[in-house]
Design a protein around this ligand. Structure first.
Ligand code: TTP
Ligand code: MG
Length: 359
């Protein structure tokens, strides 16, 4: 059974600006794409949550947002979007997501899907996503909202359910209850036009949508859109993530406590190595490069790598190399303890690659 997560950063551009200018945090903040010669035209890209309370939202014309701000009894900050800055933050966050999951799909600058099926259950998937949220907060100062469910549709709706800083888990047995009271517009992919037509049919909530027979939806919306509505109402959706050309496979974990004792680190490195090797094997690949990722108590990430002359599938060799690399790092840094540790395989020989159908 698939377990899919959807991760979406909260008020992304605005949160980036708050990181850069802590004085702005807490104040209503509006990030704009200005048009023309001055900053009176253009559109709002996003606003932080305090500004949203006043009704400011994405895509609103700047003059309208300025009017709202002028009439409010608090001071607003307006700032121009700095897309290069957001892109750099986005890259780093997507890299953190990639460390947590096998298969990921970048859905936009601030959202990603992750396949957590191999975690073996919803509790483990939830723990992994809490760890990811904590890490995004620690590294970038940003909050993310995460939804977990059996497919993309449910995960996406769940991530939106408890924004900001949410973590909503909807296992298969809870889908019906979770969706029932939502308005049809909250079903991802149902736009205002479809919602208006449904309202015409007396359908406002997902519960009401479920009562409409498939044939009636097909008659009204056509075969494909009608069936899509029928399935969405029941929380059915795809589990496929867009193929991502992996150049490396890694897994990192947070240690129970900071340590530099190999006696404690060895079993952790062995477990992580086993997980990464499972993933390499599943794809039918061989690896040439082993990397140990050492994140110290001072939050800096150091990596040490070794590359073999020929790619190999040897699990034991991967583990032993990773362990040696961690030990070597600690030898070189006698004053550091590790807070997180990880391993990474790279330099893949894909000649034995299995096709998708073999998975
Ligand atoms: P969203 O994830 O839709 O919005 P958000 O992250 O600002 O807020 P939320 O907490 O609801 O997720 O979009 C991500 C970024 O994309 C957003 O910060 C700014 C940009 N964006 C635009 O430039 N124009 C738009 O119309 C929208 C919707 C987003
Ligand atoms: Mg967002």
């Amino acid at each position: 059974m698939a377990i899919i997560a959807h991760i979406d950063l909260d008020a992304f551009f605005a949160s980036c600006e708050e990181q850069r200018d802590p004085d702005a945090a807490g104040q209503p903040l509006v990030v704009c794409n200005y048009a023309g010669r001055d900053d009176s035209g253009g559109a709002v890209t996003t606003a932080n949550y305090p500004a949203r309370e006043h009704g400011i939202q994405s895509a609103m014309p700047v003059p309208e947002a300025r009017n709202i701000a002028a009439e409010a009894d608090v001071e607003f900050v307006f700032t121009e979007a700095d897309h290069d800055f957001y892109k750099a933050v986005s890259e780093r966050v997507h890299a953190l997501v990639a460390e947590m999951a096998d298969d990921i799909e970048r859905a936009s600058i601030d959202e990603a899907y992750a396949d957590l099926s191999d975690r073996g259950g919803y509790d483990a998937a939830e723990a992994a996503m809490q760890e990811l949220k904590d890490e995004i907060k620690a590294q970038e100062g940003l909050t993310a909202s995460v939804g977990i469910g059996p497919n993309r549709l449910v995960a996406k709706i769940a991530s939106d359910h408890d924004k900001p800083d949410g973590l909503t888990v909807v296992p298969p047995g809870e889908i019906d209850g979770f969706l029932a009271d939502l308005s049809v517009e909250e079903l991802h992919g149902v736009g205002p036009k479809t919602a208006a037509e449904l309202a015409d049919m007396g359908v406002g909530t997902v519960r009401e949508l479920r009562e409409v027979p498939a044939q009636r939806l097909v008659r009204r919306f056509g075969e494909s859109a009608g069936m899509a509505l029928y399935e969405k109402a029941r929380g059915e959706g795809s589990t496929e993530l867009e193929e991502d050309e992996r150049k490396q496979l890694s897994r990192i974990t947070t240690l129970d406590r900071g340590t530099r004792a190999m006696r404690e680190l060895r079993p952790v490195v062995r477990d992580l190595s086993g997980e990464v090797m499972d993933r390499v094997e599943r794809r039918g690949w061989r690896y040439a490069t082993v990397t140990a990722l050492c994140i110290t108590d001072q939050h800096d990430t150091r990596s040490r790598s070794r590359t073999f002359k020929a790619a190999t599938a040897d699990r034991e060799r991967f583990y032993r190399t990773a362990e040696e690399l961690v030990a070597a790092f600690l030898d070189e840094h006698p004053d550091r303890t590790l807070r997180r540790v990880g391993v990474r395989a790279a330099g893949f020989d894909r000649s034995g690659q299995r096709t998708l159908g073999d998975f």
